[in-house]
Design a protein around this ligand. Structure first.
Ligand code: GDP
Ligand code: GDP
Length: 434
């Protein structure tokens, strides 16, 4: 799991410009070509070989021009809670503002690494103007131009240097489940329904990072670790149903998990926030089970389940091979089924298909439906294998791998899914030169 870096600051200082410069190009491309609405304020970044998650906190505020100061304060507080390091962006063109001072005051009390970053320093003249930001009482600052990239290297060097050592997760062999979802979806109720009283706790395992604690459970004959349940219980109830809170609170638990149990409120449907959490899990290559909670409140007719499921699947395209379970945390309906399914998804995620089995199944399919020829050139796939990675990845070896297009990749993915069970698990397919 990677560390989390949050970008904070008032509107228009250049947070999203900096964010876009810092996230991996690969991430951006995926967003553009997939055609699905994804969270554009969360991404993976990588510098000097260190990968980390980057969150642009300002990105979550709609109509950010007239944002209330109170709102920014809350975002900063949450960033302070959840992130490993904070980049505080200010704008040399406007100089120090009252809002900057307010944010600085919150940040001055924090033990975490804070990087005061004076943006829009596009030329040497502005370099001199930056000195006024010493008045924020945060010490030295970095000067950058997010637009032309100058200074961002030094900033990133320092940020990466400050991040906690990446600790390999203890290999417990037990699946790690994270219960995620927006406020009031019923996460705590689900966990209570699942665990009942504390006596089911077997042991406490100190988490690999501060704030993240795995607790080992044995319920219904299954052993598993629940990620950060303490966090769910401990943290004060968030009243506001804001995208920002949901994402910020989910990121660490998702990154720390093997399988995410995404809890929805059936009476509210499946909306932007739910989708954002879904894509967070998908992008982090986690298993997913969708739990449609409060099903007791829904008036049911013959096709209600089917329709609801189809409605969800439509929105999570193209990754639709995901189990959807209709539950009620209140009546405990299908709680067992939820856990059983999560255990199955974990098994799918860790499964190894032997090379001979894979080739026996896939090569005849490929022979029957080969990739379409490009410019008169025939693409021949001779061999495939599952890579020895912790998540399912497959390599298909071909004479002209560069000519294999996305629709064919999807065709291969669908065939893998229909022949081997990868329900709930993102899989990756590579075409390589034989
Ligand atoms: P945010 O609201 O903090 O996310 O700010 P944006 O990233 O949307 O940037 C606000 C404005 O400042 C946009 O017009 C950007 O093009 C501009 N901007 C961002 N970074 C720089 C920079 O380094 N130099 C200059 N001159 N303008 C910048
Ligand atoms: P969290 O914020 O996601 O942890 O949500 P809570 O577990 O605190 O639940 C929010 C509200 O929804 C509470 O009032 C619960 O009693 C209610 N609730 C949760 N699950 C169910 C359910 O399955 N059926 C009904 N009718 N209410 C539920």
């Amino acid at each position: 799991m990677s560390a989390i870096v949050a970008i904070v600051g008032r509107p228009n200082v250049g947070k999203s410009t900096l964010f876009n410069r810092m996230i991996k190009r690969r991430d951006a491309i995926v967003d553009e070509t997939s055609g699905v609405t994804r969270d554009r304020h969360y991404g993976k970044s990588d510098w000097n070989g260190r990968e980390f998650s980057l969150i642009d906190t300002g990105g979550y505020v709609v109509g950010s021009d007239d944002i209330f100061e109170k709102e920014i304060d809350k975002q900063v507080e949450l960033a302070i809670d959840e992130a490993d390091a904070i980049i505080f962006v200010v704008d040399v063109a406007t100089g120090v503002t009252g809002m900057d001072e307010e944010v600085a005051q919150l940040l001055r009390q924090v033990e975490k690494p804070i990087f005061l970053t004076v943006n829009k320093v596009d030329n040497a003249l502005r370099e001199a103007d930056a000195v006024e930001f010493y008045s924020l009482g945060l010490g030295d600052y970095y000067t950058i131009s997010s637009i032309n990239g100058s200074g961002t290297g030094e900033l990133l060097d320092a940020v990466v240097e400050s991040l906690p050592e990446e600790v390999e997760q203890e290999d417990t062999e037990l699946p790690r489940f994270a219960v995620v979802g927006r406020p009031n979806a019923g996460k705590s109720s689900f966990i209570n329904a699942l665990l009942g009283e504390e006596r089911y706790i077997v042991t406490d395992i100190a988490g690999t990072t501060r704030d993240s604690v795995d607790t080992k459970y044995n319920r219904f004959g299954f052993e598993f670790n629940l990620v950060d349940t303490a966090g769910i219980r401990r943290k004060a109830k968030v009243k506001e149903d804001l995208e920002f809170y949901t994402v910020m609170r989910s990121v660490r638990a998702i990154e720390h998990s093997d399988v995410c149990l995404l809890v929805l409120d059936a009476t509210r449907g499946f909306e932007g926030q739910d989708l954002n959490i879904f894509w967070l899990a998908e992008r982090n290559k986690k298993g997913v089970v969708i739990l449609v909670n409060k099903w007791d409140l829904v008036e049911k007719e013959t096709n209600t389940v089917k329709q609801f499921e189809a409605y969800i699947k439509k929105q999570i395209e193209p990754f639709t091979d995901v189990p959807v379970i209709f539950i009620s945390a209140l009546t405990k309906q299908r709680i067992f089924k939820a856990i059983e399914t999560a255990v199955d998804v974990y098994a799918n995620k860790t499964k190894r298909i032997s090379t001979s089995k894979l080739n026996d199944v896939m090569l005849p399919i490929i022979e029957h439906t080969p990739p379409p020829a490009v410019k008169g050139k025939y693409i021949k796939i001779k061999f495939c294998t599952q890579l020895p990675t912790p998540i399912p990845q497959f390599a298909f070896f071909a004479n002209l791998p560069q000519y294999v297009k996305d629709p064919y990749r999807r065709f291969i993915e669908n065939k893998l899914r229909s022949n081997f069970n990868f329900n709930g698990v993102p899989i990756q397919i590579y075409f390589r030169k034989k």
